[in-house]
Design a protein around this ligand. Structure first.
Ligand code: HEM
Length: 467
Protein backbone atom coordinates (compact mmCIF):
# COMPACT_ATOMS: atom_id res chain seq x y z
CA UNK A 1 0.00 0.00 0.00
CA UNK A 2 1.17 3.53 -0.77
CA UNK A 3 2.21 5.88 2.08
CA UNK A 4 2.54 3.01 4.53
CA UNK A 5 4.26 4.08 7.76
CA UNK A 6 6.96 1.58 8.75
CA UNK A 7 7.51 1.41 12.52
CA UNK A 8 10.67 -0.44 13.68
CA UNK A 9 9.84 -3.68 15.47
CA UNK A 10 11.71 -2.54 18.59
CA UNK A 11 9.79 0.81 18.87
CA UNK A 12 7.74 1.44 22.05
CA UNK A 13 4.29 -0.20 22.09
CA UNK A 14 2.42 3.12 21.84
CA UNK A 15 4.42 4.11 18.75
CA UNK A 16 3.66 0.73 17.18
CA UNK A 17 -0.01 1.19 17.97
CA UNK A 18 -0.04 4.68 16.45
CA UNK A 19 1.70 3.34 13.33
CA UNK A 20 -0.94 0.62 13.07
CA UNK A 21 -3.76 3.18 13.37
CA UNK A 22 -2.11 5.69 10.97
CA UNK A 23 -1.87 2.99 8.31
CA UNK A 24 -5.64 2.62 8.56
CA UNK A 25 -6.94 6.09 9.61
CA UNK A 26 -5.26 9.53 9.16
CA UNK A 27 -4.97 10.23 12.91
CA UNK A 28 -1.52 11.88 12.94
CA UNK A 29 -2.36 13.70 9.70
CA UNK A 30 -5.55 15.16 11.25
CA UNK A 31 -3.71 16.08 14.46
CA UNK A 32 -1.07 17.94 12.46
CA UNK A 33 -3.49 19.64 10.04
CA UNK A 34 -5.87 20.87 12.73
CA UNK A 35 -3.66 21.32 15.78
CA UNK A 36 0.11 20.98 15.84
CA UNK A 37 0.69 22.38 12.34
CA UNK A 38 -2.34 24.65 12.10
CA UNK A 39 -0.74 28.10 12.17
CA UNK A 40 -2.94 30.66 13.88
CA UNK A 41 -2.14 34.39 14.03
CA UNK A 42 -0.11 35.20 17.12
CA UNK A 43 -2.17 38.29 18.00
CA UNK A 44 -5.44 36.63 19.09
CA UNK A 45 -7.09 38.57 21.91
CA UNK A 46 -9.85 38.07 24.52
CA UNK A 47 -12.58 37.77 21.87
CA UNK A 48 -10.89 34.67 20.43
CA UNK A 49 -11.75 32.64 23.54
CA UNK A 50 -15.38 32.28 22.55
CA UNK A 51 -15.03 29.75 19.70
CA UNK A 52 -13.47 27.13 21.96
CA UNK A 53 -15.91 28.08 24.74
CA UNK A 54 -18.82 27.50 22.35
CA UNK A 55 -17.40 24.01 21.73
CA UNK A 56 -17.15 23.45 25.49
CA UNK A 57 -20.75 24.52 26.10
CA UNK A 58 -21.89 22.30 23.23
CA UNK A 59 -20.28 19.32 24.97
CA UNK A 60 -21.78 20.31 28.36
CA UNK A 61 -25.25 20.49 26.76
CA UNK A 62 -24.89 17.12 25.02
CA UNK A 63 -23.62 15.30 28.11
CA UNK A 64 -26.11 16.81 30.58
CA UNK A 65 -28.88 16.34 27.99
CA UNK A 66 -28.13 12.61 27.74
CA UNK A 67 -28.50 12.26 31.53
CA UNK A 68 -31.70 14.34 31.62
CA UNK A 69 -33.31 12.15 28.94
CA UNK A 70 -32.70 9.09 31.15
CA UNK A 71 -35.25 10.40 33.65
CA UNK A 72 -37.46 12.77 31.65
CA UNK A 73 -40.90 11.65 30.36
CA UNK A 74 -42.02 13.31 27.09
CA UNK A 75 -45.77 13.17 27.76
CA UNK A 76 -48.11 16.03 28.65
CA UNK A 77 -49.40 14.16 31.72
CA UNK A 78 -45.95 13.32 33.08
CA UNK A 79 -43.40 15.86 31.79
CA UNK A 80 -43.70 18.48 34.55
CA UNK A 81 -43.62 15.87 37.33
CA UNK A 82 -40.65 14.07 35.76
CA UNK A 83 -38.64 17.32 35.83
CA UNK A 84 -39.57 17.81 39.50
CA UNK A 85 -38.52 14.19 40.10
CA UNK A 86 -35.13 14.94 38.49
CA UNK A 87 -34.79 18.02 40.73
CA UNK A 88 -35.72 16.30 43.99
CA UNK A 89 -35.15 12.54 43.79
CA UNK A 90 -32.56 11.70 41.15
CA UNK A 91 -29.07 11.79 42.72
CA UNK A 92 -27.43 15.03 41.53
CA UNK A 93 -30.41 15.48 39.20
CA UNK A 94 -30.77 19.11 40.31
CA UNK A 95 -27.16 19.71 39.26
CA UNK A 96 -27.57 18.10 35.86
CA UNK A 97 -30.69 20.15 35.20
CA UNK A 98 -29.14 23.43 36.36
CA UNK A 99 -26.02 22.73 34.28
CA UNK A 100 -28.28 22.23 31.25
CA UNK A 101 -30.55 25.25 31.86
CA UNK A 102 -27.61 27.54 32.68
CA UNK A 103 -25.75 26.02 29.71
CA UNK A 104 -28.53 27.20 27.39
CA UNK A 105 -28.06 30.82 28.46
CA UNK A 106 -24.26 30.45 28.52
CA UNK A 107 -24.42 29.16 24.94
CA UNK A 108 -26.12 32.32 23.75
CA UNK A 109 -23.81 34.62 25.76
CA UNK A 110 -20.76 32.90 24.28
CA UNK A 111 -22.17 32.76 20.76
CA UNK A 112 -23.31 36.42 20.78
CA UNK A 113 -19.79 37.46 21.83
CA UNK A 114 -18.29 35.11 19.20
CA UNK A 115 -20.48 36.70 16.50
CA UNK A 116 -19.66 40.18 17.73
CA UNK A 117 -15.95 39.39 17.37
CA UNK A 118 -16.64 38.42 13.73
CA UNK A 119 -18.39 41.75 13.23
CA UNK A 120 -15.55 43.75 14.81
CA UNK A 121 -12.73 42.22 12.82
CA UNK A 122 -14.57 41.55 9.55
CA UNK A 123 -14.08 37.78 9.94
CA UNK A 124 -17.01 37.16 7.57
CA UNK A 125 -15.23 38.87 4.65
CA UNK A 126 -13.50 37.04 1.78
CA UNK A 127 -12.26 34.26 2.04
CA UNK A 128 -14.28 33.39 5.18
CA UNK A 129 -17.81 33.84 3.80
CA UNK A 130 -18.65 30.14 4.23
CA UNK A 131 -17.28 30.08 7.79
CA UNK A 132 -19.74 32.87 8.55
CA UNK A 133 -22.64 31.28 6.64
CA UNK A 134 -22.18 28.00 8.52
CA UNK A 135 -22.06 30.11 11.69
CA UNK A 136 -25.39 31.81 10.96
CA UNK A 137 -26.92 28.39 10.19
CA UNK A 138 -25.58 27.22 13.58
CA UNK A 139 -27.18 30.28 15.19
CA UNK A 140 -30.56 29.42 13.58
CA UNK A 141 -30.24 25.82 14.81
CA UNK A 142 -29.39 27.03 18.30
CA UNK A 143 -32.50 29.20 18.30
CA UNK A 144 -34.60 26.22 17.20
CA UNK A 145 -32.92 23.96 19.76
CA UNK A 146 -33.60 26.42 22.59
CA UNK A 147 -37.19 27.00 21.49
CA UNK A 148 -38.03 23.27 21.26
CA UNK A 149 -36.25 22.53 24.53
CA UNK A 150 -38.16 25.20 26.39
CA UNK A 151 -41.48 23.37 25.87
CA UNK A 152 -40.19 20.19 27.51
CA UNK A 153 -40.59 21.11 31.25
CA UNK A 154 -44.27 21.71 30.38
CA UNK A 155 -44.59 24.74 32.67
CA UNK A 156 -46.88 27.70 32.05
CA UNK A 157 -44.21 29.68 30.18
CA UNK A 158 -43.20 26.63 28.13
CA UNK A 159 -46.77 26.11 27.08
CA UNK A 160 -47.81 29.69 26.37
CA UNK A 161 -44.48 30.64 24.83
CA UNK A 162 -44.86 27.80 22.33
CA UNK A 163 -48.49 28.79 21.73
CA UNK A 164 -47.52 32.39 20.88
CA UNK A 165 -44.60 31.48 18.63
CA UNK A 166 -46.38 28.72 16.71
CA UNK A 167 -49.35 31.06 16.22
CA UNK A 168 -47.01 33.52 14.51
CA UNK A 169 -46.81 31.14 11.58
CA UNK A 170 -50.55 31.61 11.04
CA UNK A 171 -49.79 35.20 9.97
CA UNK A 172 -48.16 33.91 6.77
CA UNK A 173 -50.61 34.56 3.88
CA UNK A 174 -52.52 31.60 2.38
CA UNK A 175 -50.70 28.71 4.06
CA UNK A 176 -50.32 30.21 7.56
CA UNK A 177 -53.25 28.66 9.48
CA UNK A 178 -52.62 25.19 8.03
CA UNK A 179 -48.92 25.53 8.64
CA UNK A 180 -49.30 26.32 12.35
CA UNK A 181 -51.77 23.43 12.71
CA UNK A 182 -49.24 21.13 11.03
CA UNK A 183 -46.42 22.30 13.32
CA UNK A 184 -48.51 21.76 16.48
CA UNK A 185 -50.07 18.50 15.31
CA UNK A 186 -53.25 19.68 17.06
CA UNK A 187 -55.49 22.74 17.37
CA UNK A 188 -53.66 23.82 20.53
CA UNK A 189 -50.22 22.98 21.92
CA UNK A 190 -50.73 19.45 23.24
CA UNK A 191 -49.20 16.04 23.87
CA UNK A 192 -48.57 15.62 20.13
CA UNK A 193 -46.67 18.93 20.07
CA UNK A 194 -44.60 17.93 23.10
CA UNK A 195 -43.62 14.64 21.46
CA UNK A 196 -42.45 16.20 18.23
CA UNK A 197 -40.62 19.04 20.00
CA UNK A 198 -38.87 16.40 22.12
CA UNK A 199 -37.83 14.50 19.02
CA UNK A 200 -36.45 17.67 17.39
CA UNK A 201 -34.71 18.83 20.57
CA UNK A 202 -33.09 15.51 21.39
CA UNK A 203 -32.04 14.13 18.04
CA UNK A 204 -32.83 16.06 14.85
CA UNK A 205 -31.35 19.47 15.67
CA UNK A 206 -28.33 18.22 17.66
CA UNK A 207 -27.36 16.07 14.66
CA UNK A 208 -27.61 18.99 12.27
CA UNK A 209 -25.79 21.20 14.79
CA UNK A 210 -22.87 18.80 15.10
CA UNK A 211 -22.61 18.52 11.30
CA UNK A 212 -22.65 22.31 10.95
CA UNK A 213 -20.02 22.81 13.67
CA UNK A 214 -17.75 20.32 11.87
CA UNK A 215 -18.32 22.14 8.56
CA UNK A 216 -17.69 25.50 10.32
CA UNK A 217 -14.29 24.40 11.61
CA UNK A 218 -13.26 22.57 8.42
CA UNK A 219 -14.09 25.69 6.41
CA UNK A 220 -12.13 27.86 8.86
CA UNK A 221 -9.06 25.63 8.74
CA UNK A 222 -9.17 25.62 4.94
CA UNK A 223 -8.75 29.40 4.76
CA UNK A 224 -7.05 30.08 8.11
CA UNK A 225 -8.11 32.29 11.00
CA UNK A 226 -8.59 36.02 10.77
CA UNK A 227 -7.24 38.21 13.61
CA UNK A 228 -7.85 41.58 15.29
CA UNK A 229 -5.85 43.38 12.59
CA UNK A 230 -7.72 41.74 9.72
CA UNK A 231 -4.34 41.01 8.09
CA UNK A 232 -3.98 37.75 6.12
CA UNK A 233 -1.02 35.99 7.76
CA UNK A 234 -0.71 33.65 4.75
CA UNK A 235 0.50 36.62 2.69
CA UNK A 236 3.85 36.68 4.54
CA UNK A 237 5.51 33.27 4.75
CA UNK A 238 9.06 32.17 5.60
CA UNK A 239 11.32 29.94 3.45
CA UNK A 240 9.55 26.80 4.75
CA UNK A 241 6.16 28.20 3.73
CA UNK A 242 5.07 28.89 7.32
CA UNK A 243 3.32 32.22 8.00
CA UNK A 244 5.79 34.40 9.92
CA UNK A 245 2.99 35.80 12.08
CA UNK A 246 1.55 32.35 12.79
CA UNK A 247 2.12 30.03 15.75
CA UNK A 248 1.07 26.35 15.97
CA UNK A 249 -2.40 26.08 17.48
CA UNK A 250 -1.10 23.30 19.71
CA UNK A 251 0.44 23.85 22.21
CA UNK A 252 0.17 27.68 22.17
CA UNK A 253 -3.57 28.18 21.77
CA UNK A 254 -4.65 24.95 23.46
CA UNK A 255 -2.95 26.28 26.61
CA UNK A 256 -4.25 29.80 26.01
CA UNK A 257 -7.80 28.49 25.52
CA UNK A 258 -7.51 26.45 28.74
CA UNK A 259 -7.15 29.75 30.57
CA UNK A 260 -10.42 30.90 28.98
CA UNK A 261 -12.03 27.60 29.96
CA UNK A 262 -10.92 28.07 33.58
CA UNK A 263 -12.32 31.61 33.72
CA UNK A 264 -15.55 30.50 32.08
CA UNK A 265 -16.05 27.49 34.39
CA UNK A 266 -15.46 29.74 37.40
CA UNK A 267 -18.32 32.05 36.38
CA UNK A 268 -20.49 29.20 35.12
CA UNK A 269 -20.19 27.27 38.40
CA UNK A 270 -20.96 30.45 40.37
CA UNK A 271 -24.26 30.78 38.49
CA UNK A 272 -25.12 27.05 38.63
CA UNK A 273 -24.52 26.82 42.39
CA UNK A 274 -25.59 30.25 43.62
CA UNK A 275 -28.06 31.74 41.12
CA UNK A 276 -29.36 29.08 38.70
CA UNK A 277 -32.57 31.02 38.08
CA UNK A 278 -30.59 34.25 37.62
CA UNK A 279 -33.42 36.36 38.96
CA UNK A 280 -35.91 34.81 36.56
CA UNK A 281 -33.81 35.42 33.44
CA UNK A 282 -32.42 31.88 33.05
CA UNK A 283 -35.42 30.04 34.56
CA UNK A 284 -38.69 31.95 34.81
CA UNK A 285 -40.91 31.82 37.91
CA UNK A 286 -44.00 31.06 35.82
CA UNK A 287 -42.36 27.89 34.57
CA UNK A 288 -42.48 26.35 38.03
CA UNK A 289 -46.29 26.22 37.58
CA UNK A 290 -47.56 23.24 35.51
CA UNK A 291 -48.93 24.10 32.03
CA UNK A 292 -52.62 25.00 32.10
CA UNK A 293 -54.36 25.41 28.76
CA UNK A 294 -57.20 27.31 30.46
CA UNK A 295 -55.11 29.93 32.25
CA UNK A 296 -53.12 32.37 30.12
CA UNK A 297 -50.33 34.09 32.12
CA UNK A 298 -50.81 37.90 32.09
CA UNK A 299 -47.34 38.56 30.68
CA UNK A 300 -45.78 36.12 28.21
CA UNK A 301 -42.14 36.73 27.27
CA UNK A 302 -39.48 34.43 25.87
CA UNK A 303 -36.13 33.76 27.58
CA UNK A 304 -33.69 36.71 27.45
CA UNK A 305 -31.73 35.53 24.41
CA UNK A 306 -34.80 35.83 22.17
CA UNK A 307 -36.08 39.13 23.57
CA UNK A 308 -34.27 41.51 21.15
CA UNK A 309 -36.10 39.80 18.28
CA UNK A 310 -39.34 39.58 20.27
CA UNK A 311 -39.14 43.36 20.78
CA UNK A 312 -38.89 43.83 17.02
CA UNK A 313 -42.00 41.68 16.59
CA UNK A 314 -43.93 43.70 19.17
CA UNK A 315 -42.70 47.02 17.80
CA UNK A 316 -44.30 46.21 14.45
CA UNK A 317 -47.72 47.67 15.25
CA UNK A 318 -50.07 49.01 12.59
CA UNK A 319 -48.74 52.55 13.32
CA UNK A 320 -45.24 51.26 12.64
CA UNK A 321 -46.18 49.65 9.34
CA UNK A 322 -48.43 52.52 8.18
CA UNK A 323 -46.25 55.51 9.07
CA UNK A 324 -42.77 54.71 10.40
CA UNK A 325 -41.73 52.02 7.99
CA UNK A 326 -42.83 53.80 4.76
CA UNK A 327 -41.15 57.04 5.92
CA UNK A 328 -37.91 55.20 6.79
CA UNK A 329 -38.02 53.32 3.48
CA UNK A 330 -38.69 56.50 1.49
CA UNK A 331 -35.76 58.24 3.24
CA UNK A 332 -33.51 55.25 2.52
CA UNK A 333 -34.66 55.28 -1.10
CA UNK A 334 -33.84 58.98 -1.52
CA UNK A 335 -30.33 58.45 -0.08
CA UNK A 336 -29.87 55.47 -2.38
CA UNK A 337 -31.10 57.50 -5.40
CA UNK A 338 -28.39 60.06 -4.77
CA UNK A 339 -25.68 57.44 -5.15
CA UNK A 340 -27.09 54.67 -7.38
CA UNK A 341 -26.32 54.17 -11.06
CA UNK A 342 -29.23 55.05 -13.49
CA UNK A 343 -29.87 51.40 -14.40
CA UNK A 344 -30.09 50.42 -10.73
CA UNK A 345 -32.56 53.27 -10.13
CA UNK A 346 -34.99 51.76 -12.65
CA UNK A 347 -34.62 48.31 -11.11
CA UNK A 348 -35.19 49.84 -7.65
CA UNK A 349 -38.28 51.75 -8.82
CA UNK A 350 -39.83 48.65 -10.42
CA UNK A 351 -39.13 46.69 -7.24
CA UNK A 352 -40.68 49.43 -5.06
CA UNK A 353 -43.84 49.71 -7.19
CA UNK A 354 -44.23 45.91 -7.28
CA UNK A 355 -43.79 45.69 -3.49
CA UNK A 356 -46.31 48.54 -2.92
CA UNK A 357 -48.81 46.83 -5.29
CA UNK A 358 -48.52 43.47 -3.47
CA UNK A 359 -48.96 45.16 -0.08
CA UNK A 360 -51.98 47.17 -1.27
CA UNK A 361 -53.56 44.15 -2.96
CA UNK A 362 -53.35 41.70 -0.10
CA UNK A 363 -53.77 44.13 2.79
CA UNK A 364 -51.34 42.23 5.05
CA UNK A 365 -51.76 42.93 8.75
CA UNK A 366 -49.12 44.23 11.16
CA UNK A 367 -48.59 40.75 12.62
CA UNK A 368 -47.42 39.50 9.24
CA UNK A 369 -44.94 42.36 8.91
CA UNK A 370 -43.80 41.67 12.47
CA UNK A 371 -42.98 38.09 11.53
CA UNK A 372 -41.20 39.26 8.37
CA UNK A 373 -39.15 41.83 10.31
CA UNK A 374 -38.31 39.38 13.10
CA UNK A 375 -37.29 36.62 10.65
CA UNK A 376 -35.53 39.12 8.35
CA UNK A 377 -33.48 40.53 11.23
CA UNK A 378 -31.81 37.12 11.65
CA UNK A 379 -31.71 36.12 7.97
CA UNK A 380 -29.98 39.37 7.01
CA UNK A 381 -26.89 38.06 8.83
CA UNK A 382 -26.39 35.55 6.00
CA UNK A 383 -25.74 38.46 3.63
CA UNK A 384 -23.27 40.32 5.82
CA UNK A 385 -20.20 39.29 3.77
CA UNK A 386 -21.69 41.13 0.79
CA UNK A 387 -23.26 44.04 2.67
CA UNK A 388 -19.97 45.24 4.11
CA UNK A 389 -18.07 47.13 1.39
CA UNK A 390 -15.42 48.64 3.62
CA UNK A 391 -11.92 48.60 2.05
CA UNK A 392 -10.49 47.18 5.31
CA UNK A 393 -11.64 44.26 7.46
CA UNK A 394 -10.91 45.23 11.04
CA UNK A 395 -12.59 48.00 13.00
CA UNK A 396 -9.04 49.06 14.04
CA UNK A 397 -8.42 50.64 10.65
CA UNK A 398 -11.87 52.05 10.02
CA UNK A 399 -12.94 55.65 10.63
CA UNK A 400 -13.74 56.49 14.27
CA UNK A 401 -17.43 57.01 13.57
CA UNK A 402 -17.72 53.41 12.34
CA UNK A 403 -16.84 52.33 15.90
CA UNK A 404 -19.63 54.59 17.10
CA UNK A 405 -22.06 52.83 14.73
CA UNK A 406 -21.04 49.50 16.28
CA UNK A 407 -21.29 50.82 19.86
CA UNK A 408 -24.80 52.15 19.16
CA UNK A 409 -25.67 48.81 17.54
CA UNK A 410 -24.69 46.93 20.71
CA UNK A 411 -26.55 49.38 22.99
CA UNK A 412 -29.56 49.14 20.67
CA UNK A 413 -29.52 45.31 20.79
CA UNK A 414 -29.28 45.36 24.60
CA UNK A 415 -32.13 47.91 24.93
CA UNK A 416 -34.30 45.83 22.58
CA UNK A 417 -33.46 42.79 24.72
CA UNK A 418 -34.42 44.56 27.96
CA UNK A 419 -37.67 45.90 26.51
CA UNK A 420 -38.58 42.42 25.26
CA UNK A 421 -38.59 41.10 28.82
CA UNK A 422 -41.07 43.76 30.01
CA UNK A 423 -44.75 44.40 29.52
CA UNK A 424 -45.23 46.75 26.56
CA UNK A 425 -46.63 50.30 26.83
CA UNK A 426 -46.83 53.23 24.40
CA UNK A 427 -43.41 54.67 25.33
CA UNK A 428 -41.62 51.31 25.19
CA UNK A 429 -43.20 50.63 21.80
CA UNK A 430 -41.78 53.87 20.43
CA UNK A 431 -38.31 53.02 21.77
CA UNK A 432 -38.56 49.48 20.34
CA UNK A 433 -39.66 50.96 16.99
CA UNK A 434 -36.61 53.23 16.87
CA UNK A 435 -34.40 50.31 17.94
CA UNK A 436 -35.84 48.08 15.21
CA UNK A 437 -35.25 50.73 12.55
CA UNK A 438 -31.64 51.20 13.70
CA UNK A 439 -31.00 47.43 13.68
CA UNK A 440 -32.38 47.04 10.16
CA UNK A 441 -30.85 50.30 8.91
CA UNK A 442 -27.43 49.27 10.26
CA UNK A 443 -27.39 46.25 7.95
CA UNK A 444 -29.46 47.47 5.00
CA UNK A 445 -27.53 50.72 4.66
CA UNK A 446 -24.19 49.02 5.26
CA UNK A 447 -23.21 48.87 1.57
CA UNK A 448 -23.33 52.65 1.69
CA UNK A 449 -21.95 53.70 5.06
CA UNK A 450 -19.26 51.03 5.30
CA UNK A 451 -17.39 52.68 2.38
CA UNK A 452 -17.54 56.21 3.76
CA UNK A 453 -14.96 58.05 5.86
CA UNK A 454 -11.20 58.15 6.18
CA UNK A 455 -9.62 54.69 6.56
CA UNK A 456 -6.28 54.14 8.28
CA UNK A 457 -3.47 52.31 6.44
CA UNK A 458 -3.46 48.55 7.21
CA UNK A 459 -0.02 47.21 8.17
CA UNK A 460 1.46 44.25 6.23
CA UNK A 461 2.18 42.36 9.46
CA UNK A 462 0.00 41.88 12.54
CA UNK A 463 0.54 44.12 15.58
CA UNK A 464 1.75 42.03 18.49
CA UNK A 465 2.95 43.02 21.94
CA UNK A 466 4.49 40.09 23.85
CA UNK A 467 3.32 39.85 27.45
C1 HEM B 1 -22.07 26.02 18.38
C2 HEM B 1 -21.68 27.20 18.01
C3 HEM B 1 -20.32 27.52 17.49
C4 HEM B 1 -19.12 26.88 17.69
C5 HEM B 1 -18.87 25.62 18.53
C6 HEM B 1 -18.12 27.62 16.98
C7 HEM B 1 -16.78 27.28 16.96
C8 HEM B 1 -15.78 28.05 16.40
C9 HEM B 1 -14.36 27.84 16.60
C10 HEM B 1 -13.76 26.75 17.48
C11 HEM B 1 -13.71 28.78 15.88
C12 HEM B 1 -12.20 28.99 15.83
C13 HEM B 1 -11.75 29.74 17.06
C14 HEM B 1 -12.14 31.19 17.04
O1 HEM B 1 -11.85 31.86 16.05
O2 HEM B 1 -12.77 31.65 18.02
C15 HEM B 1 -14.70 29.60 15.20
C16 HEM B 1 -14.44 30.66 14.35
C17 HEM B 1 -15.39 31.44 13.74
N1 HEM B 1 -16.76 31.39 13.96
FE1 HEM B 1 -17.71 30.04 15.12
N2 HEM B 1 -18.69 28.67 16.32
C18 HEM B 1 -20.03 28.66 16.61
C19 HEM B 1 -20.98 29.57 16.19
C20 HEM B 1 -20.73 30.63 15.31
C21 HEM B 1 -21.70 31.57 14.86
C22 HEM B 1 -23.15 31.56 15.30
C23 HEM B 1 -21.06 32.42 14.00
C24 HEM B 1 -21.60 33.59 13.22
C25 HEM B 1 -22.81 33.78 12.87
C26 HEM B 1 -19.68 32.03 13.92
C27 HEM B 1 -18.71 32.64 13.15
C28 HEM B 1 -17.35 32.36 13.19
C29 HEM B 1 -16.34 33.05 12.41
C30 HEM B 1 -16.57 34.18 11.40
C31 HEM B 1 -15.11 32.48 12.76
C32 HEM B 1 -13.73 32.86 12.22
C33 HEM B 1 -13.19 33.93 13.13
C34 HEM B 1 -11.84 34.45 12.76
O3 HEM B 1 -11.07 33.75 12.14
O4 HEM B 1 -11.62 35.63 13.13
N3 HEM B 1 -19.51 30.93 14.73
N4 HEM B 1 -15.95 29.13 15.54
Amino acid sequence: MANQKIVPANAPVLEQLLGWVDNRFPLTKLWKEHLSEYYAPKNFNFFYFFGSLALLVLVIQLVTGIFLVMHYKPAAAEAFASVEYIMRDVPFGYLVRYLHSTGASAFFIVVYLHMFRGLLYGSYRKPRELVWIFGVAIFLCLMGEAFFGYLLPWGQMSYWGAQVIVNLFSAIPFIGPDLSLWIRGDYVVSDATLNRFFSFHVIAIPLVLLGLVAAHIIALHEVGSNNPDGVEIKDTKDAKGIPVDGIPFHPYYTVHDLMGVAGFLFLFAAVVFFAPEMGGYFLEANNFIPADSLKTPPHIAPVWYFTPYYSMLRATTSDFTHYWLPVAMAAAFVVWLLRARPKAIWVGLVFLVAAAAVVALYNFDAKFFGVVIMGGSVMILFFLPWLDRSPVKSIRYRPGWHSLMYIIFVIDFVILGCLGTQEPDAFKNVVSGIGTLYYLGFFLAMPLWSQLGKFKPVPARVTFHPH
